[in-house]
Design a protein around this ligand. Structure first.
Ligand SMILES: [Zn+2]
Length: 341
């Protein structure tokens, strides 16, 4: 076996670019290695934050039960079922090791395509697709819809309804075009409405609301119980918000088109988020409506953690998608329907 000293003398003979290649290999090896340990520990702490509770029946009669494939296994004395820290998480039942998932998380944070991520992580393309959505199902469950308070900017954005990936026999109507984003003028039921709200702390609500134009009942369904007391809603002149604000006794500032500056009340932040979202979604060449909620949460995640360091992002992304109990079986993807809030 080569000694470190002889390795070093070999390394010195390498070209600068070869040395750089080696450095990134070592970084990945060492960083991924530490991250696997960190993720495992943090997932355990998160999941057992309220004590050792069974994920199947919520009983507190949990004890250790040996190890299974390198993971601590537990048994519940109430329901007799066993589980690990990763039961029903994104990586549950995966035959691949956590370091591969961490590499995959890195690809998702970079916004790589399914194909490119598959190549980097050395998994097949179908697996890459399932991993993306298993992860996002968990992220969605981990976050929940969220809430906003104080000065709130709200608006909506439309995308063409898309049946991409749906079998022709199961399609409600003929597919027209790829699901690209459509301008607000001429809203029809062939478009889906995404309702968004952001507050000045950066809390963001972003949900698939309905087909076509939204009604005040739909706005209420989304925001009821998710808006802090004494909040002030800033919107454009859409009349549904007027009724909504009245029904929920919220102060309402209507910002006229083209008039974005009325002191502290404006909708510039939400407009900026929308243009960012549209630009980001364009990269994916039309997103199937049944997956659009997942893309919204992916975007939301990137927004919320934008300023974190990359290593921290990767670790937290992996922790969060393993803390959530939102395992999606591959057969569930075949039956999938759009998730209207
Ligand atoms: Zn149990």
């Amino acid at each position: 076996m080569a000694s470190v000293n002889s390795l070093i003398s070999d390394i010195q003979k390498l070209s600068v670019s070869q040395q750089e290649q080696l450095l990134s290999y070592l970084e990945e090896l060492l960083v991924l290695g530490t991250q696997v340990g960190q993720v495992t520990q943090e997932v355990k702490e998160f999941r057992f934050a309220k004590g050792k509770i069974c994920p199947h029946c919520s009983a507190e009669t949990v004890s250790r039960n040996g190890r299974y494939k390198g993971k601590q296994r537990y048994i519940c004395k109430s329901c007799n079922k066993t589980f690990t820290d990763f039961t029903n998480s994104a990586t549950y039942k995966s035959k691949k090791t956590l370091d591969k998932w961490l590499k995959y998380a890195k690809c998702m944070i970079a916004g790589y395509s399914i194909r490119k991520s598959a190549k980097i992580v050395e998994i097949n393309i179908a697996t890459s697709f399932f991993w993306r959505h298993k992860i996002l199902d968990c992220i969605r469950s981990f976050f929940g819809v969220g809430s906003v308070e104080g000065v709130i900017e709200a608006d909506e954005v439309f995308f063409a309804e898309s049946f991409k990936g749906t079998k022709p026999s199961k399609m409600p109507r003929k597919s027209r075009e790829r699901g690209k984003q459509i301008k607000k003028r001429g809203i029809s039921n062939e478009q889906v409405c995404i309702a968004t709200a952001i507050d000045r702390q950066g809390n963001l609500i972003m949900e698939l609301l309905c087909r076509g134009r939204m009604t005040h009942q739909e706005i209420e369904r989304l925001y009821d119980g998710r808006v802090g007391d004494n909040s002030i809603f800033c919107t454009d002149s859409h009349k549904s918000y007027v009724q909504f604000a009245k029904d929920c006794s919220l102060e309402h500032k209507r910002i006229q088109r083209g008039k974005h500056k009325e002191g502290i009340y404006h909708i510039q932040h939400i407009n900026a988020v929308h243009s960012k979202l549209k630009k980001w979604m364009n990269k994916f060449n039309g997103v199937a409506t049944k997956y659009i909620s997942n893309y919204l949460y992916w975007f939301k995640w990137l927004q919320l953690f934008e300023t974190d360091k990359e290593v921290v992002k990767i670790k937290n992304f992996m922790v969060q998608c393993n803390v959530a109990h939102a395992y999606t079986r591959i057969t569930d993807f075949k039956e999938r329907e759009p998730i209207f809030i």
